[in-house]
Design a protein around this ligand. Structure first.
Ligand SMILES: CC(C)(COP(=O)(O)OP(=O)(O)OC[C@H]1O[C@@H](n2cnc3c(N)ncnc32)[C@H](O)[C@@H]1OP(=O)(O)O)[C@@H](O)C(=O)NCCC(=O)NCCS
Length: 158
């Protein structure tokens, strides 16, 4: 993996697959090792309501087919601080999913950092609509980050 050292706001525009940005506290990466994927599974189980039953094989497949960023503890490469992913057609639509910060790191600015870094990714630069679905208690978290609640008939294939 290529490690890049530079200011994060510049580097994240040009971060290619398998490249990371590192500072004293955390590494920002768009590639995860097997151990880190296991750590991600633990966070899904512990810190989300929607991802508790996910398994290793399916999550690996998911990671191959979406774009994501993870914050890793720079002193312990196994430990994921936070994770978020998105699907984007790079022009019209993008959806953000699975925004999660590990319990012990919550309330320290990592969620905000994660969303701001995600929004700087190349594939989101010219997209007409960047959307996400969240629960009522998280609406104000996203409002602070520039999102607005919209009336929607979200439909799900059953
Ligand atoms: C939601 C979550 C990602 C926020 O991450 P975090 O690292 O705890 O949040 P931050 O410390 O970066 O907070 C950023 C700002 O949002 C505010 N905030 C954090 N959680 C909030 C909440 N639930 N409601 C309202 N505001 C919130 C903080 O006070 C902070 O405000 P400030 O910028 O004025 O200081 C995290 O709590 C989490 O992973 N929760 C469990 C999974 C989840 O529900 N994810 C969202 C699903 S869409």
């Amino acid at each position: 993996m290529k490690i890049l050292e530079a200011r994060q706001d510049k580097i994240l525009y040009i971060m290619g697959i398998g490249e990371s940005f590192v500072n004293n506290n955390y590494v920002v990466t768009n590639q995860l090792t097997e151990n880190q994927i296991v750590s991600l599974l633990e966070i899904y189980k512990k810190d989300t309501v929607w991802g508790t039953t996910r398994n290793l094989d399916d999550v690996k497949k998911m990671l191959r087919n979406c774009n994501f960023l993870a914050l890793i503890n720079s002193r312990d490469a196994k430990e994921i601080i936070g994770f978020a992913r998105f699907l984007s057609d790079s022009v019209y639509r993008a959806m953000i999913y699975d925004v999660v910060v590990s319990g012990k790191y919550q309330g320290r600015g990592f969620g905000k950092l994660l969303i701001n870094l995600l929004l700087k990714q190349d594939l989101l630069q010219s997209v007409e609509r960047i959307e996400l679905y969240t629960r009522d208690e998280k609406v104000s978290f996203y409002e602070r980050l520039g999102f607005k609640k919209i009336a929607t008939n979200l439909m799900r294939k059953v």
